[in-house]
Design a protein around this ligand. Structure first.
Ligand code: PMP
Length: 468
C-alpha cells in the first residue's frame, strides 16, 4: 500500500516539476516581449523598481506558503538574470581591454617599441631585500606546506603592521594570507555570497569584481558614479539597489581606474548604508599605500560595527606582483570559510613567498618611495593631459588617471586600437570598467618619460585627425 502511495506522490512531483518548466518558458516569452517594448521606448533593460516590486510579491507568496524566503530570493535573482539575458540585444563582438593588451604584445614581438599605458602592473619590481629573503628562505628549506591561513609568524607581523599603519587592533586569527589580492577578492565573495545572491559594485570598477561575482553564481549589481561628482558614490543610489538578496558591496579606494580617494565622511556614509542593511563591505585597499594626500581611510578605522572583509596586497606597496602575496581580514565565520577554500583549492601560499612578505612589511620606507614615484608620475600625466581636449579628476591615489575625451561621438574602444596601431601607445578603453565609452584609463605603471611621451602621441593622433 505504502509503495503504491510513494509511486503516486512521485508522479505528482514529476508533473509539478514539469509544470514549473512550462511556467519558466512562459515567463521567458513574456520577458522577451517586455524587452521589445523597452527597446521601442528606449529604456534600460534593468529596471530596479520593477524588480523590487516583483521580488516583494514573490517573497510575500513565499511567506504565505511557509516557503523559505532565502530560497525564493535566490530564485528571483536567477529569474531576473534570465530576463536580462533574453532582453539583451547583443551587439557584434567589441574590442576589449584584453585585445589591446594582446595586440600591444604582438607589436612588441615584431620589434616595435610600444608605450604600454594599458597595463595595471607597476614596473618597479620588488626590493632587493625581499628577493634575498625569498632566496634565503628556500635555502633554509622553507618550501613545505604551511597553515592554510598563512604562517602564524607572518599573520602576527601583519597584525602589528596594521596596528602601526591604521591604529587598528586585528587578531592574527582574523587574517588569511592569500596568493595576491585578486584571490583574496575571490575568497571574500565566495565566503559571503552564493548562487542567486547579489553583490553591489560601484562603477567604474576593476572588471574582476563583476566577473568574479558571476563566476560564483552571484549577480553583480552596478551603481554608476560620475566624473561630475568627483567619482563619489551617492549613498541614496547605493541604497536603492539593496534588495533582500544583497550580501555585499565592494568599495575600492584608492580606486582603480579613477585614482579617487573619497573623504572620510563619504566613506562613512557608504559604510553606514551597509551596516543598516546588514551587508558586508568588501573593502579592496590594495592601493592603500599609493595615497598622495594621506586621506585614505581603511575599513579598519571605522568607528561603527560593520561586517567587512578587508583586501590587501603586496603587489603595489612593494611591487611584488609576481610573488602573489596578499591577505584578507574578516570576522571568525568568514575567515573560517576563506581558510576552507584556501585549504581545498591551493593548500597555502608557498612558505618562502610568505617569508619574503615578512621582510617586505619591515620596508615601509620602500613603500613610501614607491608611492612618491607614483605621485610624480600622476603629476606628469595630469600636466600632459592639460594640453588635450579632456576632463578628468586629479587622482588622490592609486596608479591610474581616467580622463574623458570631450570629442563628440568618440568611442574610446576603437580609438584605443587605432592609437595602438598608428602611434604604438596602449591605453585601456573605458568600456572595460563599465558604461564609460568616452573614457580611457592611463596607467602609471610606466616611467615618467614614457607617460609624457605616450600622452603627447595621443595629442598628435587627435591633431592629425582634426579632433582637437
Ligand atoms: N584590486 C585591484 C583594484 C587591482 O587593481 C588589483 C590589480 N590589478 C588587485 C586587486 C589585485 O592585485 P594582486 O592580485 O596582484 O594583489
Amino acid at each position: 500500500m505504502s509503495g503504491e502511495e510513494l509511486e503516486k506522490l512521485r508522479e505528482e512531483l514529476k508533473s509539478v516539476s514539469v509544470e514549473v518548466v512550462r511556467l519558466l518558458a512562459r515567463r521567458a516569452d513574456l520577458a522577451r516581449r517586455v524587452g521589445e517594448l523597452k527597446k521601442q521606448l528606449g529604456i534600460e533593460i534593468v529596471q530596479s523598481s520593477a524588480e523590487r516590486e516583483l521580488r516583494q510579491a514573490m517573497i510575500e507568496k513565499a511567506r504565505a506558503n511557509n516557503l523559505s524566503e532565502t530560497l525564493v530570493n535566490k530564485i528571483a535573482t536567477l529569474m531576473f538574470n534570465e530576463s536580462v539575458k533574453v532582453q539583451e540585444h547583443r551587439k557584434g563582438r567589441q574590442i576589449t581591454h584584453f585585445d589591446i593588451f594582446r595586440r600591444a604584445k604582438e607589436l612588441e614581438r615584431q620589434g616595435k617599441r610600444v608605450i604600454r599605458l594599458e597595463v595595471g602592473e607597476p614596473d618597479l619590481g620588488a626590493p632587493q631585500q625581499v628577493a634575498e629573503a625569498a632566496i634565503q628562505a628556500i635555502r633554509e628549506g622553507y618550501a613545505r606546506y604551511s597553515d592554510a591561513k598563512g604562517l602564524p609568524q607572518l599573520r602576527k607581523k601583519i597584525s602589528e603592521y596594521l596596528e602601526t599603519r591604521f591604529g587598528a587592533e586585528v587578531n592574527p586569527e582574523n587574517i588569511v594570507v592569500s596568493p595576491g589580492g585578486r584571490f583574496a577578492v575571490y575568497l571574500a565573495m565566495k565566503s559571503v555570497a552564493s548562487l542567486g545572491d547579489e553583490i553591489i559594485i560601484i562603477d567604474p570598477s576593476w572588471p574582476m569584481y563583476s566577473q568574479c561575482a558571476e563566476f560564483i553564481g552571484a549577480r553583480p549589481v552596478r551603481v554608476k558614479t560620475r566624473l561630475e561628482d568627483a567619482w563619489t558614490p551617492r549613498p541614496e543610489e547605493v541604497e536603492e539597489k539593496i534588495t533582500p538578496a544583497t550580501r555585499a558591496i565592494v568599495l575600492n579606494y584608492p580606486n582603480n581606474p579613477t585614482g579617487r580617494v573619497i573623504s572620510r565622511e563619504a566613506f562613512q556614509k557608504l559604510v553606514d548604508v551597509a551596516r543598516e542593511h546588514g551587508i558586508y563591505v568588501i573593502s579592496d585597499e590594495v592601493y592603500a599605500d599609493y595615497s598622495f594626500n594621506g586621506e585614505h581611510v581603511s575599513i579598519l578605522q571605522q568607528e561603527r560595527d560593520v561586517k567587512y572583509v578587508l583586501i590587501s596586497s603586496f603587489s603595489k606597496s612593494w611591487g611584488m606582483t609576481g610573488y602573489r602575496m596578499g591577505f584578507a581580514v574578516s570576522d571568525g565565520e568568514v575567515v573560517a570559510r576563506m581558510a576552507q577554500v584556501m585549504s581545498l583549492i591551493i593548500t597555502c601560499v608557498p612558505e618562502f613567498v610568505q617569508l619574503a612578505g615578512m621582510k617586505a612589511l619591515e620596508l615601509t620606507d620602500e613603500a613610501r618611495r614607491y608611492a612618491e614615484i607614483m605621485r610624480r608620475r600622476m603629476e606628469t600625466a595630469v600636466r600632459e593631459l592639460e594640453k588635450l581636449p579632456a576632463s578628468y579628476h586629479k587622482p588622490e591615489g592609486g596608479m591610474y588617471v581616467f580622463p574623458r575625451f570631450n570629442i563628440e561621438g568618440l568611442d574610446t574602444t576603437e580609438f584605443a586600437m587605432s592609437l595602438l596601431e598608428s602611434k604604438n601607445v596602449g591605453l585601456a578603453p573605458g568600456t572595460a570598467f563599465g558604461d564609460y565609452s568616452q573614457y580611457v584609463r592611463i596607467s602609471l605603471g610606466a616611467s615618467e618619460e614614457d607617460i609624457a611621451e605616450g600622452i603627447r602621441r595621443v595629442k598628435e593622433y587627435l591633431e592629425e585627425r582634426g579632433l582637437t
